[in-house]
Design a protein around this ligand. Structure first.
Ligand code: SF4
Length: 486
């Protein structure tokens, strides 16, 4: 049987393919690309509900509940699942066309009833996808109606947050859900004139389980009782024991309910906890401190000094020794990073911490790209850049995407990229090493188990970055320069 010839609709000659391949690396193309406004290609952010879902997983026995489309819910679940290589169980009330026309109350009520009966959570954290936000569903009224109609018990905890993704990103979704859960649980629990002696620690949108363990370890060394708010360290890094546990770990609900009775609160991501911090500051007389994410020595020092000041305790000797080891690792490696240019992209608070670390190493953050942020972010990061001569000539790109970044590094090259998996096409096309840090990392294993915060995190970052640069040297140098010793 002869095969029918397939007539192609368009033919592109190899010469034309080669011409376009060159052209997209040109200044002319970059200008056109940067002028692009109404289309996003390879975004450097995720949507609001994904941040809300991460928070929900961080509380004991909590079932994340998406009021909205099933497809959206599948996206957050699969994204978290691919990053952690762990289940990210969540339910959705699967609104479809009739919900979009008549409102999603019936979907929500049926979903709450079923989820409670089937999955036996201790709390359901409800958040929205775009569809119910566009039609203006009233979550407050819907949930109240569910209680009044006996669909859920009157006292069953159902905090909720509006997380419209056409506005903001996963960072704002994180903030909205965290504030909603804390407000709900702490309602009526504040005891005037007393404190529990505990520290509330808010890591922010942080998908590195190693970071949570690092915070816990440092505070244990101080001997300070601590409540990590939205603690995902077990939820997404629990032991494999042959049994499926739907809700491993998480901040105990009873502990979270005491949030307003703590001795102090420290948030480690200003932009990801803006509304939560505003509410906490207005609701308690205890200090609420906002620090930079402790990436690098300076930011870690600031965290430990603040803890020491708030609790009147000396920085423990073991942490001082760790600091010395981190500084030693930086000294051993600094010549490989000195004056090297980096392009970094991702979440705003993470970028501020990473910039600070690069400057400590005498490296040059050359392109910093962040999407869905306000000008406040560029002011904050500019302050960090201004603190070092290596911060001069850095380009800050607000509300751009990774296709923009490709043009930027094609025309104004860097020695390495630092960011999530979505930058790998740029790295491959332009033959630039990519050091994978941030969210999501879907093409390498176990990276989320290694801390990037604290002194241990500093050693990890130095190791990954410098060894990637040296791998590149070995892979690309001439034979005569291929040395055993680097
Ligand atoms: S942007 Fe909106 S519609 Fe798209 S996945 Fe996120 S929530 Fe769903």
């Amino acid at each position: 049987m002869s095969e029918a010839a397939v007539k192609k609709v368009t033919e592109t000659t190899p010469e034309e393919v080669a011409r376009i391949k060159d052209w997209i690396n040109s200044e002319e193309y970059k200008e056109k690309n940067l002028a692009r406004q109404h289309l996003v290609v390879n975004p450097a952010h995720a949507c609001q509900p994904l941040g809300a879902q991460l928070v929900a997983h961080g509380f004991e026995g909590t079932l994340p509940f998406v009021h909205g489309s099933q497809g959206c819910a599948s996206y957050y679940r699969s994204s978290l699942n691919r990053h952690f290589r762990e289940p990210a169980p969540a339910v959705s009330d699967a609104m479809t066309e009739d919900g979009a026309v008549f409102g999603g109350q019936n979907n929500l009520h049926e979903g709450l009833e079923n989820a409670l009966a089937l999955y036996h959570p201790k709390m359901m954290a409800v958040f929205t996808s775009c569809m119910p936000e566009v039609i203006g569903d009233d979550l407050n009224a819907f949930i109240q109606n569910a209680r009044n109609e006996g669909i859920v018990p009157k006292d069953f905890p159902i905090p909720y947050a509006n997380t419209p993704s056409f506005n903001g990103s996963h960072v704002q979704g994180y903030d909205a859900m965290l504030k909603a859960i804390l407000q709900y649980l702490s309602e009526g629990k504040k005891v005037e004139g007393q404190d529990s002696g505990r520290l509330n620690l808010i890591p922010g949108f942080d998908t590195c389980t190693g970071n949570y363990r690092e915070y816990a370890r440092m505070l244990k060394a101080f001997g300070i009782p601590c409540t990590v708010l939205a603690d995902i360290s077990e939820s997404f890094d629990s032991p494999l024991d042959g049994t499926y546990h739907p809700y491993p770990g998480g901040t105990p609900l009873a502990e979270a309910a005491e949030v307003l009775n703590a001795k102090a609160t420290i948030s480690l991501q200003a932009l990801a906890t803006k509304e939560t911090v505003k509410w906490l500051s207005a609701s308690t007389e205890a200090p609420v401190e906002v620090l930079k994410m402790p990436i690098g020595v300076n930011n870690t020092d600031a965290l430990l000094m603040k803890v020491s000041e708030l609790f009147g305790k000396e920085v423990p000797a073991e942490l001082k020794a760790e600091r010395g080891r981190a500084v030693d690792s930086m000294t051993d490696a600094h010549q490989y990073m000195h004056n090297k240019k980096f392009a970094i992209y991702g979440d705003p608070d993470w970028l501020i911490g990473m910039t600070s670390f690069l400057l400590e190493m005498g490296a040059r953050p050359h392109h910093i790209l962040c999407s869905r942020v306000h000008k406040k972010f560029s002011k904050e990061i500019q302050k960090v850049l201004d603190s070092s001569p290596y911060g001069a000539d850095c380009n800050i790109w607000l509300n751009k995407d990774l296709w923009h970044l490709r043009s930027l590094v094609a025309t104004d090259p860097v020695d390495a990229l630092i960011g999530n998996t979505h930058g790998k096409t740029i790295a491959r096309d332009l033959d630039i090493p990519l050091i994978r840090v941030g969210y999501p990392i879907m093409d390498r294993v176990n990276i989320h188990r290694y801390p990037i915060v604290g002194y241990q995190g500093t050693i990890n970052l130095v190791t990954w970055i410098v060894n990637s640069l040296l791998d590149q040297v070995d892979a690309t140098c001439e034979d005569r320069n291929f040395e055993m010793m680097r």
